[in-house]
Design a protein around this ligand. Structure first.
Ligand SMILES: Cc1ncc(COP(=O)(O)O)c(C=O)c1O
Length: 404
């Protein structure tokens, strides 16, 4: 028997392992995986990019690089983030091995065992597992269709004996809730955090995946609001726009936070793969990103529409949800007395999987929701999957009525 460290006890890490297994199960209709469909990846473009690289750059692909990132990619990202209104002139970019690594680095930078972290409830499970690994005390704050509940947040902060170190949020196309914060809610949140000493992690993995051009303005990051008395570390990812296999993310942070983060990254993996950074950089430099994003938005909107129509057609009236304006997810609400783990047990038997609500609860309790991801679903399977799931839900409802 080994004496493992206490950091191995993350409940949510176990949930993620199950999720990854379910997402790749071939025989299942899977609404579980929060990743792009393999058929959407820019394989042809990347082939062209690699083949057209000069010999010297090809060799560089195989080499170590600077810890903070491949300088041409850092420059390309500066331009890309500037387009989003982000303060790239006064802040610094650190390239990370996936944005999960960026979140992990910030946590390591600020959080000691027992420190407090505020999250949304529900919260992206990957972040929860990181916070658990650093043995933080996590407090979830409820969200509604417009963002984090401001009153609940104020009350929580007032009730705590220590000042939380971090607040972690996913304001644009939330995972799992699918919502986007309204500009009013973003502003109200910044007011609450003003001079509070709480560092905001703004995780923006999905903002490029809005469905309607006239709603793009909603994706404006909080860090671009020009508020100086809130410390915001902004994180982004190439996983949802180029592919998770790139393992490429980044943070944009003040110089002081960046410097310590760079030291932590150095000790973790020295640098992110030059190979992937060079390919991603060429994708940006050769102006391939924006046309490709146009294609993705259309693909995901079509999937969302099919899901929306199917849900309306088959789901019992007790099931409710908000139609997403972008991203990958629909978050179904169940009646209070039904839990999604129960539905999951039955739907697996019928060959349909999704992610249960409790997976995203910091306390792993609240289970009156379930997450459907439409991003990884072939368009012609969505309706069939929803029909089966709706039948399972109706059967669970009927059984509950009989037993009560
Ligand atoms: C909100 C959010 N942040 C970050 C990530 C992880 O991104 P990466 O693959 O860059 O580590 C995900 C992936 O599901 C996500 O949903």
């Amino acid at each position: 028997m080994y004496e493992f460290s206490s950091s191995v006890n993350s409940v949510h890490s176990e949930d993620i392992k199950l999720l990854m297994k379910l997402s790749s199960g071939k025989s299942m209709i899977s609404f579980a995986g929060g990743m792009p469909n393999n058929d959407l990846f820019p394989v042809k473009e990347i082939d062209e990019i690699y083949n057209s690289l000069p010999e010297g750059i090809k060799k560089l692909c195989f080499q170590y690089g600077p810890t903070s990132g491949y300088p041409p990619l850092v420059r390309s990202l500066q331009a890309y983030l500037k387009d989003k209104g982000l303060p790239v002139d006064t802040n610094k970019i650190l390239i990370s091995t996936g944005s999960l690594q960026a979140i992990s680095i910030i946590t390591q930078e600020f959080v000691n065992r027992g420190d407090l972290i505020l999250t949304e409830n529900p919260c992206f499970v990957g972040a929860l597992s990181i916070f658990e690994t650093y043995e933080a005390e996590i407090h979830g704050i409820q969200i509604d269709k417009d963002g984090i509940d401001i009153e609940a947040l104020k009350q929580k902060i007032a009730s705590l004996e220590k000042i939380p170190k971090l607040l972690y949020i996913t304001p644009n196309f939330h995972n799992p809730a699918g919502i986007i914060y309204t500009p009013e809610r973003k502003k109200a949140l910044l007011e609450v955090l003003s001079n509070s000493g709480i560092i905001l992690i703004e995780d923006d993995a999905y903002s490029d995946l809005y469905f309607r051009e006239d709603e793009k303005y909603l994706t404006k990051p909080l860090k671009s609001y020009g508020v100086n008395d809130v410390e915001i570390v902004y994180t982004g990812s190439f996983s949802k726009i180029l592919g998770p296999g790139f393992r490429l993310g980044y943070m944009l942070a003040s110089e002081e936070i960046f410097e310590k983060a760079e030291n932590i990254k150095q000790a973790l993996d020295a640098c992110t793969s030059n190979f992937m950074q060079i390919l991603a950089n060429e994708f940006l430099v050769q102006d391939k990103l924006y046309p490709y994003l146009g294609f993705l938005r259309q693909e995901y909107e079509e999937r969302k529409n099919i899901l929306q129509i199917s849900l309306k057609k088959y789901m019992p009236k007790e099931i409710t949800w908000h139609e997403p304006k972008g991203g990958f997810y629909v978050w179904l609400r169940l009646p209070e007395h039904i839990n999604s783990t129960e539905i999951f047990r039955e739907s697996v038997k019928k060959g349909v999987v999704f992610v249960t609500g409790r997976t995203f609860d910091p306390e792993s309790i609240k289970d009156d929701r379930l997450r459907l991801s439409f991003s990884n679903m072939p368009k012609d399977t969505i309706e069939k999957g929803v029909k089966i799931l709706a039948e399972v839900i109706k059967t669970v409802f009927d059984n509950t009525k009989i037993n009560s």
